[in-house]
Design a protein around this ligand. Structure first.
Ligand code: HEC
Length: 195
């Protein structure tokens, strides 16, 4: 009984779709977005910092913010909590990247500091993405990098300085030459598939 009802709905939808396919007129439906509307959602930041807004912040500014808005999930020292992933990382964490149990925190794994800015800006705090000001995002990024010994507590991060931050794994992703890929057999890979 239930099944036949579903089937009937299915048939009805299919014929409605078929009818629509014959008359694809979308006149007067929607409109082209305005320049301002496109700008509002065009928030991608390039690796070299293209698109970073005016503003600045230091780890010192970021510390109280992190405690108030991020620590509940990512832990007070940014090393991961019950819900949020580990963000800050140490040299020891970085050294795990070439082992079978890599610690992929943003600070030891991500190749560009600008990616951290972009991610926080669009997606954090969780379920409240887009709620932070540029200054807050610069400060929080600085805090995570400071907790990872990548910048100093008072270093000012802005659109000019953030792209210059050298991330430890900057050159860890694409080998210059195919032959430079770390020995796949030793890592237990077969035919390009790794465990
Ligand atoms: C309600 C919990 C929660 C809060 C609050 C929160 N986060 Fe997150 N955050 C998460 C979770 C869960 C993820 C992993 C998301 C995923 O993988 O889809 C994440 C991911 C991230 C990442 C990327 C990590 C990765 O390795 O992919 C960054 C950076 C980050 N958060 C920063 C922040 C900052 C900065 C704040 C404070 C402004 C914050 N988060 C607040 C839960 C939270």
């Amino acid at each position: 009984m239930r099944f036949s009802k579903l089937l009937a709905v299915g048939v009805a939808l299919a014929s409605a779709a078929a009818a629509q396919a014959q008359t694809p007129s979308y006149k007067n439906v929607g409109r082209a977005p305005t320049k301002q509307e496109i700008e509002a959602v065009d928030i991608s930041i390039g690796p070299e910092g293209k698109g970073l807004p005016v503003g600045s912040g230091t780890a010192k500014d970021g510390a109280p913010l992190f405690l108030a808005k991020c620590a509940v999930c990512h832990g007070t020292d940014a090393r991961g909590g019950k819900i949020g992933t580990q963000l800050a990382a140490s040299k020891a964490d970085f050294d795990t990247l070439t082992t079978m149990k890599p610690v992929r925190a943003v600070a030891d794994y991500w190749p560009y500091a600008t990616m951290i800015w972009d991610y926080i800006n669009r997606a954090m705090p969780r379920h409240q993405g887009g709620s932070l000001t540029p200054n807050e995002v610069y400060s929080l990024t600085a805090f995570i990098l400071y907790k990872s010994d990548i910048v100093q507590e008072g270093d000012v991060l802005d659109a000019k300085t953030l792209p210059k931050v050298q991330m430890p794994n900057r050159n860890g992703f694409v080998p210059a030459k195919f032959e430079d890929i770390p020995d796949e057999h030793k890592r237990g890979c077969t035919q390009g598939v790794c465990p």
